[in-house]
Design a protein around this ligand. Structure first.
Ligand code: NAD
Ligand code: ZN
Ligand code: ZN
Length: 386
């Protein structure tokens, strides 16, 4: 089959590779009909995640049709159309029983990125996300093997076309979890840092839940403008103003109820931190997180879906203490939110497909990565079709 393969930083190619086969009784094989490129894939693409090996198949946002199923698969059969969560979870361990699927302790034999790990068990394996997260081949391919098929994939009614439901695999639940973790409800004031796909889905969910004033911070005007036109956010360009200062001045000098950091460890805006991170003298850039802590009101919440790794020197924990802030963060417990989000899509309350700016053939995936990385051609989100 054809699949998007990692060779080295900034070098990915669609190659011919062996077809996947069933390995466990509860595996399925999926023929991919649509797959997307995620901001998380960019961390891998830029060579920022240790544990990627030459030959790894990338991609964790995908859907398709079941073409083969192991004997222990009870919830699906050949011909079913499904969207697959990027988190691989067993559905029956200590954490899965609490619906904390991203913490599933049975699917990842490796370590993740925790530095002060002691003898902690690992969290869940992820599709196409390096050997730190299980080394499971991803779905930017013609076919993929899906482990734990009774737990993850959600069946899609034939009335909903691929583009309407594809983002159930990651960015829609990620935006939704971020907004729920932030405690957003009717009338809440919110600031979303990062106007990429995750920030946009957070804006869509905040809008659906009736949030009041929603600020969105980025330096790509085309992304800010899309969110203003689609979700009614107040755009703030951090190249032009101090974003947290602007938010504070526009909230009666208090700050917003909740802030969402949809940027993560490659945050721009501090040349020093970007350099220190490149030299591995710093685990993550703290630029966005500092702005988030500054922009939230006393007693508010900072919700962090953006990916972080290792240590940050400039993490102002004293400010967080003084303001009495709560933090919520982590990978998304995708399985937990898929059914209710599918219902919102069916009811027309969410239309995640409006985010798509580019549709390409799988064969053009390398071009797609380059475009999404460079933000060329006003790129918001790319869907690939094998
Ligand atoms: P993206 O790279 O397209 O978007 C990030 C945006 O942040 C860009 O538009 C960029 O200009 C902006 N940005 C950079 N520095 C900033 C700063 N200092 N202040 C404000 N904005 C800044 O990626 P995405 O797909 O939207 O993903 C965003 C983050 O969410 C990534 O870190 C990704 O890995 C993470 N993610 C996490 C989960 C999860 O399960 N928690 C799931 C999906 C993605
Ligand atoms: Zn993703
Ligand atoms: Zn589990």
């Amino acid at each position: 089959m054809r699949a998007l393969v990692y060779h080295s930083a900034h070098d990915v190619k669609v190659d011919s590779v062996p077809d996947p086969v069933l390995q466990q009784p509860d595996d399925i094989i999926l023929k991919i009909t649509a797959t997307a490129i995620c901001g998380s894939d960019l961390h891998l693409y830029r060579g920022k995640v240790p544990g990627m090996k030459e030959g790894d198949i990338m991609g964790h946002e995908f859907m398709g049709v079941v073409v083969d199923a192991g004997p222990a698969v009870t919830t699906l059969r050949k011909g079913d159309r499904v969207v697959v969560p990027f988190v691989i979870a067993c559905g029956s361990c200590f954490f899965c029983d609490m619906s904390l699927f991203a913490a599933c302790e049975t699917t990842n034999p490796d370590r993740g990125t925790i530095m002060n790990k002691k003898s902690l068990r690992p969290g869940a394996a992820l599709f196409g996300f390096s050997h730190m997260y299980g080394g499971v081949p991803g779905g930017q391919a013609e076919y993929v093997r899906v482990p734990k098929a009774n737990v993850g994939p959600i069946k899609i009614p034939d009335t909903l076309e691929d583009e309407k439901v594809l983002f159930l695999s990651d960015i829609l639940p990620t935006g939704y979890q971020a907004v729920l973790n932030a405690g957003v409800g009717p009338g809440s004031s919110v600031a979303i840092f990062g106007a990429g796909p995750v920030g946009q889905m957070a804006a869509a969910c905040a809008h659906m839940l009736g949030a009041g004033q929603v600020f969105m911070v980025d330096h790509h005007d085309y992304r800010l403008e899309f969110a203003r036109a689609t979700y009614g956010v107040i755009p703030v360009n951090f190249d032009q103003v101090d974003a947290a200062e602007c938010i504070i001045e526009n909230t009666g000098f208090r700050g917003v109820d909740a802030v969402i950091d949809a940027v993560g460890f490659e945050a721009k805006g501090s040349a020093l931190e970007t350099a220190l991170t490149a030299l591995k003298l710093e685990g993550s850039s703290g630029q966005a997180l500092r702005q988030c802590i500054a922009a939230v009101r006393r007693g508010g919440t900072v919700s962090v879906p953006g990916v972080y790794a290792g240590f940050i020197h400039g993490f102002l924990f004293g400010d967080a203490f003084e303001k009495g802030i709560g933090f919520k963060t982590g990978q998304t417990h995708v399985q937990r939110y898929m059914p209710e989000l599918l219902a919102f899509i069916e009811q027309g309350k969410l239309k995640p497909e409006v985010l798509i700016s580019h549709r390409m053939a799988l064969e053009q995936a390398a071009e797609g990565y380059k475009m999404f990385d460079k933000k060329d051609d006003a790129c918001r989100k790319i869907v690939l079709r094998p």
